[in-house]
Write a protein that binds this ligand. Sequence first.
Ligand SMILES: [Zn+2]
Ligand SMILES: [Zn+2]
Length: 153
Amino acid sequence: MSNAPTHETPRLAEPVAGRCLCGAVSITVTAMQAEVDICHCAMCQRWGGAFFAGVKGEGAEVTGEEAITVYRSSPWAERAFCGTCGSNLWYEFLPTKGRSFLAGLFDLPPGFGIEQQIFVDEKPDWYDILQESPMKTGPEVIAEAMAAGLSPD
Ligand SMILES: [Zn+2]
Ligand SMILES: [Zn+2]
């Protein structure tokens, strides 16, 4: 098993700027992957109302830190939101410090694909997954992380 991407992910040449609903927080992502990462887990549903769709890049510049509240949602992760307007900002996977920013914060160029969809076994019945993409269940995702030597705390 390998943690490497299954294909070469296209990246955007220009940095992409995003912001929360009230504008207190701005985020600029460099070398953003032109694919969203989708999570259907129960925690993401409770956090954002439905599935989580995130984008990531090589680096990110965040302004408006004073408006940001960070919540430790599990031994694996933190979730950040704007304390003024409530916009969710990012999910941080603590073992790698990798941040996945909410796709909706950015005006993304056309042509985005889906990198993968995870925790598909926790998807509610009221919507269907119709777009083609790699899919993994929660137990598969956790087994992959463990096999890669990652662990919570
Ligand atoms: Zn805000
Ligand atoms: Zn999730």
